[in-house]
Ligand binder design. Structure first.
Ligand SMILES: NC(=O)c1ccc[n+]([C@@H]2O[C@H](COP(=O)([O-])OP(=O)(O)OC[C@H]3O[C@@H](n4cnc5c(N)ncnc54)[C@H](O)[C@@H]3O)[C@@H](O)[C@H]2O)c1
Length: 334
């Protein structure tokens, strides 16, 4: 039995909470954990403009408990964390461009909300094991590629700074209060169940929508910026395996892909696979430029070594699966 199969067996009968469980990553995780036999509770405030979508949990809707509560509600959080073996913390404000116009949603939802969750665990369930999904944006521009966990940290926006703050909060609670957690720095994740209504986050999915609609995809600059795009199933595997690994506790891990592609290669693949859409170059908008770190791909040696995880789905295969899903369920997402 390999590490991933072994990990999967361990969720049978376990009580699990997923904050942000109706969103993109949270709902994919929910579907997988139900398959693995876990008793899953989802907490989601369905914040406007974010990825919450009740259709995301269609395959497991009768097998999960859904709580439409806000992470910042201290009383509710004290109750909902009780008795959970694992907590996956995915609720968050993740609109990168909004954060430069208005810093308060990041401070309120990401930083304060995460502190509320941690305090609830400290008071009502100090035994739970927690995984937090932060962003590779915590690093800011890469000084050296690929970017490893000990690289300099210079986040470019408030969203990225809030993610870094939350990562440090988890580390402090892990070290001082023995609240067991693992924090992740995810690269650009794409796949089924992401929101498709706007381009403010989830760039790969947005390009897929434009292609399916037979529209023009605008490629910023000369399209040569490199990124290690990660398919959702791989991200879910990493999250699950990190939750189960004793040696992961208190650690931060990059979760990315060992193969990087340019944005132009990405766009051409999407158009090729979907058989529709076109592309053209366009200058960066000032907001995008302000947050664009340039070439970025993750060094994933640490997670490979300690957790035994590595990505299994290459870009073309991941795009095919994603495009097939949205062609079928377009009306639930457009
Ligand atoms: N998708 C990516 O590529 C990516 C990359 C790096 C990090 N992340 C992080 O992973 C997490 C999940 O991302 P996602 O892509 O699934 O986003 P998403 O928007 O699809 O899901 C987030 C969910 O959190 C919910 N939510 C927001 N604020 C809440 C609150 N105060 N109380 C309760 N629920 C709340 C939203 O309603 C939404 O359903 C986020 O913290 C995001 O910053 C995502």
């Amino acid at each position: 039995m390999n590490k991933s199969e072994e990990a999967n067996k361990s969720f049978k009968g376990k009580k699990v909470l997923i904050t942000g469980g109706l969103g993109f990553i949270g709902s994919n995780l929910a579907v997988r954990l139900v398959e693995l036999g876990a008793q899953v509770t989802l907490l989601d405030a369905m914040i406007k403009g974010h990825g919450g979508n009740i259709f995301n949990i269609e395959p497991v809707k009768n097998k999960v408990e859904v709580k439409f509560n806000d992470l910042r509600d201290e009383k509710e959080m004290d109750e909902v964390v009780k008795g959970k073996d694992y907590i996956f913390h995915l609720a968050g404000q993740n609109d990168h461009t909004l954060s430069l116009k208005n810093p308060f949603p990041d401070i309120e939802i990401n930083i304060k909300g995460s502190a509320v969750l941690l305090e609830a665990c400290r008071k009502s369930n100090p035994e739970a094991r927690i995984v937090y999904t932060g962003t590779r944006g915590e690093y800011g521009p890469a000084i050296k590629l690929p970017v490893s966990e000990d690289a300099p940290i210079n986040p470019k926006g408030i969203y990225e700074l809030s993610s870094l703050t939350v990562q440090k909060l988890f580390k402090i609670y892990n070290d001082n209060h023995k609240i067991k957690s693992v924090t992740l720095r995810l690269t650009n994740v794409y796949g089924e169940r992401s929101q498709m209504k706007h381009d403010r986050f989830g760039v790969v999915n947005w390009f897929i929508r434009l292609a399916i609609d037979n529209s023009i995809i605008k490629v910023f600059g000369d399209g040569s910026i490199l990124r290690d795009f990660l398919y959702i199933e791989d991200a879910v595997n990493a999250i699950i395996m990190c939750a189960l690994c004793q040696d992961a506790q208190g650690e931060v891990f990059n979760v990315g892909h060992n193969k990087a592609y340019s944005f132009l290669e990405l766009v051409k693949s999407i158009i090729n696979i979907s058989g529709s859409g076109s592309w053209e170059f366009c200058p960066f908008t000032p907001e995008r430029l302000a947050q664009e770190p340039g070439d970025f791909y993750s060094d994933i040696n640490k997670i490979k070594r300690i957790i035994g995880w590595s990505p299994e789905v290459d870009l073309k295969e991941g795009l095919k699966k994603t495009i097939t899903y949205y062609e079928k369920y377009k009306k639930m997402y457009w």
